[in-house]
Write a protein that binds this ligand. Structure first.
Ligand SMILES: Nc1nc2c(ncn2[C@@H]2O[C@H](COP(=O)(O)OP(=O)(O)OP(=O)(O)O)[C@@H](O)[C@H]2O)c(=O)[nH]1
Length: 310
């Protein structure tokens, strides 16, 4: 195993808050700096959309179909160790699912197997500012998770800032500062900020707040976030889908996947949906038309029937 040190950055933040957007920028910067970066991704559901968005040459390990929690912490540690052994990276970015507690991820990094070679381990949290404003609409458990993702962060990327009215912003920012006075904070859109700020700060030593971390690790236990995937055989009606999406409840937190529409049947689209905002981007690869839905108490059977009729 490599003897020089590796930095770890845990990208935490609620579903759809901008972790992958930030990660893409960070990887581009690492390339410029000539550092070797590796990525460990954990997605809810068995379809990894985010990993396809990353540069092809990035050493990558994925943990699909589960949230980082007690049951897969051991796998995460194993994947981290194996990334270090195989690639000896200067830096590892861990993108946790938006339903993960950052401390649980941190715990998985605090392993004797890696202790000697880890230089720093920092939690970077992306905050979806409109979602933060409206967090009372979430279930109690998810609201608490959102607050703990902020509270346990070393660096807060306050994202989607333009989506919030200027007059509301000051109060929200002060709210965030109160929730975590120590973290560095940047206010931005699409994670466009001076990335050197992230590395300039002294990172958390690996044992930092470990005891506290341990006590908090189960705070997000028994979240009811569930996921299901739906695959269409072919193109569907765009307007009907938009209408269907508009009628979905607030408890659909996130959806992503690939789709085609009858009005342009040869073009595959990457579909992203976070907090009421659908985004479609043209996708050059004809991936299967599968979309993953993530939320609480989603009526899976009923929705599958409706989706089949679009
Ligand atoms: N309007 C707006 N959209 C954004 C911003 N940042 C990211 N997005 C969009 O929000 C969606 C979710 O962004 P991602 O970066 O995939 O979020 P994520 O946190 O990785 O999502 P999960 O991994 O599913 O939890 C994408 O469609 C992004 O393009 C922003 O600052 N403003």
């Amino acid at each position: 195993m490599k003897t020089t040190s590796t930095e770890i950055y845990i990208l935490s933040g609620f579903l759809g808050s901008g972790k992958t957007t930030l990660l893409t920028r960070l990887l581009a910067r690492e390339k410029e700096r000539g550092r070797k970066a590796a990525v460990l991704m954990n997605e809810l559901g068995n379809l990894s959309v985010d990993s396809r968005i990353l540069p092809q040459d990035t050493p990558l390990k994925e943990l699909l179909n589960g949230c980082i929690c007690c049951t897969i912490q051991a796998q995460l540690t194993q994947q981290l160790t194996s990334l270090c052994q195989q690639y000896a990276p200067d830096v590892i970015y861990i993108e946790a699912t938006g339903a993960a507690h950052p401390v649980e991820v941190l715990e998985a990094c605090v392993t004797p197997l890696l202790a000697k070679q880890l230089k720093t381990c920092k939690i970077v949290t992306t905050v979806d500012l409109p979602r933060w404003r409206d967090r009372d609409r979430l279930s109690i458990r998810l609201k608490r998770l959102l607050e703990e993702q902020v509270r346990f962060s070393d660096f807060l990327v306050i994202n989607k800032a333009s989506e919030v009215a200027e007059e509301e912003k000051a109060a929200l920012l002060s709210d965030l500062a109160q929730c975590n006075e120590q973290a560095e904070r940047v206010v931005t859109d699409f994670a466009r900020f001076d990335l050197s700020l992230l590395y300039d700060q002294t990172g958390r030593q690996i044992s930092f707040r470990q005891t506290e971390a341990h006590q908090q690790a189960h705070a997000a236990d028994h979240l009811h976030v569930r996921t299901f995937a739906y695959t269409w055989d072919g193109p569907i009606d765009r307007a009907k889908f938009a209408e269907w999406l508009r009628a979905t409840p607030d408890t659909l937190y996130r959806a992503k996947g690939y789709m085609r529409f009858l009005d342009n049947p040869r073009q595959t689209f990457l579909f992203q949906y976070a907090y009421g905002m659908p985004i479609f981007t043209e996708e050059p690869f004809p991936y299967p038309f599968t979309v993953v839905f993530i939320g609480e108490a989603l009526p899976e059977a009923e929705w599958k029937e409706q989706l089949a009729k679009l």
